[in-house]
Design a protein around this ligand. Structure first.
Ligand SMILES: [Fe+2]
Ligand SMILES: [Fe+2]
Length: 139
């Protein structure tokens, strides 16, 4: 596998993280009613986590000599004031993130960079945990 294929996949992950930052910040602003008590902090911390993830992925791209994307993944961010819809959209986003990181893991294993492997595995596990948690939340 060429480094450019790996960089392309890392950029895909970065695009989804950049989108997640916007989506979660948006939902944190629009969540209303009693659910705001719990979901405003939840969405805000997800936005921050996505920022942390995007920084790790971007650094990896720089280290590999690639050019990191500056635009988010173009998938529309659905505006809603329904907390259930927000959670459903969150589940879709986290599932997508878990899928992309899941594809990255064997690619990085092949590349043989142990530090990068550890960093991406940590993110992958965080996305998997989010998917599991959202499945319960969105019920
Ligand atoms: Fe993430
Ligand atoms: Fe996530």
């Amino acid at each position: 596998m060429s480094t450019s294929v790996l960089i392309e996949k890392l950029n895909q992950a970065l695009g989804w993280e950049l989108r997640a930052i916007n989506m979660y910040a948006h939902y944190a602003s629009y969540i209303r009613g009693i659910h705001r008590l719990q979901l405003e902090p939840h969405f805000s911390s997800e936005a921050t986590e996505s920022m942390v993830h995007s920084n790790i992925v971007r650094s990896a791209i720089v280290k590999l000599g690639g050019v990191a994307v500056t635009e988010r993944n173009p998938t529309a961010i659905r505006h809603t004031t329904s907390y259930l819809e927000m959670l459903a959209e969150s589940l879709i986003t986290e599932t997508k993130a878990a899928e992309v990181y899941g594809e990255l893991i064997p690619m990085i294993e092949e590349e043989g960079d142990a530090d990068l492997y550890d960093a991406i595995e940590q993110i992958y596990l965080a996305e998997i945990r989010s998917v599991e948690e959202l499945r319960r939340l969105a019920e």
